[in-house]
Design a protein around this ligand. Structure first.
Ligand SMILES: Cc1cc2nc3c(=O)[nH]c(=O)nc-3n(C[C@H](O)[C@H](O)[C@H](O)COP(=O)(O)OP(=O)(O)OC[C@H]3O[C@@H](n4cnc5c(N)ncnc54)[C@H](O)[C@@H]3O)c2cc1C
Length: 279
């Protein structure tokens, strides 16, 4: 599992994550720092996570690396208390604003969507350096787009959590269509969109809509996962787009690797072949 995860995870420590960011930056890619973990057990653990994120943001900034921090609400205690979660994000954002670093509130499964958006709205009223994530698979997302505050930085994703058919698209095509339509609406409403995908055809459709609407190129950029579809990153970079790679790290790498493996079992087949060749 450790060998397998080496492609998707920077390592266990911030030093390893900074090395990865440095390598990416040398190749023309910017970064997103994510400390692996979710669903903390208690307030003390959530406060530890906050301190780790503050230290990570400082370390990346002092190293001169262009990256931001991306944080799951349940990692900062959302399931314990929404107020606690908002307080900890606010502390993080205050810290990040002092060192000119951006932070993003990630989106988890549908049971957290209302609280996450509430927390984000409260934070956005106080801070400029905060963004959000919206998931195209959820039926509610068009209404969530309409309810956003002005001038947001939104990461658009398909949504990694498999949601029930009563509340979400479950087939690939409607999820992709919703992604394209929602991104266009976000752009027309004045927001900036981080197009977070490895679906090249869908990404082209997004860029075509953007060009047809005469929206400035720099209102979209790409976000990609470390180790996934690097040929696409290069293609986008060569077409002049900004590409940010998501660099997850931390001691909780095992659960993340298992999720990647479930998403793409091909990885396991390649690994087994490589191991057999070695032996
Ligand atoms: C930077 C970033 C941040 C994200 N943040 C969130 C978030 O906050 N909340 C949320 O719900 N979801 C998040 N996601 C996940 C997202 O919702 C999708 O589940 C994921 O990106 C896969 O969808 P896709 O658009 O890449 O298209 P797909 O059609 O799923 O994938 C396109 C191609 O890429 C390959 N691929 C895609 N993902 C992986 C992978 N992980 N490992 C190996 N191969 C893969 C597929 O095999 C396929 O060939 C994020 C994704 C990215 C890139």
């Amino acid at each position: 599992m450790r060998q397998l995860s080496a492609r998707y995870i920077a390592g266990e420590t911030i030093e390893e994550a900074l090395d990865k960011l440095r390598g990416l930056q040398a190749r023309g890619y910017l970064g997103v720092l994510d400390i692996l973990g979710e669903d903390v057990a208690d307030e003390a653990e959530a406060r530890d996570v906050l301190r780790t994120y503050q230290a990570a943001a400082t370390a990346a900034s002092e190293a001169g690396l262009d990256s931001y921090v991306s944080v799951k609400p349940t990692h900062l205690g959302l399931r314990i208390s929404r107020d606690l979660c908002e307080e900890l994000y606010a502390e993080l954002l205050q810290h990040c604003s002092e060192i000119d670093v951006f932070a993003r509130v990630e989106m988890e499964d549908h049971s957290t969507t209302d609280d996450t958006l509430e927390v984000f709205r409260a934070l956005r009223a106080r801070f400029d350096n905060v963004g959000i994530v919206l998931q195209s698979r959820l039926f509610r997302t068009p209404a969530d787009v309409d309810a956003l505050p002005d001038d947001c930085d939104v990461r658009m994703v398909k949504g990694i959590y498999l949601e029930p058919a009563e509340i979400a698209h479950t087939q690939p095509d409607p999820i992709r269509q919703a992604f394209i339509d929602l991104t266009e609406t976000l752009l027309k409403n004045g927001h900036t969109v981080a197009v977070a995908t490895h679906d090249g055809v869908m990404a082209d459709a997004v860029l075509e809509r953007q060009a047809a609407a005469g929206i400035a190129e720099d209102r979209t950029y790409f976000e990609v996962l470390l180790g996934v579809q690097e040929r696409l990153w290069l293609d986008w970079k060569e077409r002049g787009k900004c590409v940010r790679a998501y660099v997850p790290y931390g001691p909780e790498w095992r659960a993340y690797s298992q999720r990647r493996l479930r998403k793409n079992p091909e990885i396991l087949r390649h690994l087994i072949k490589a191991t057999l060749r070695l032996s």
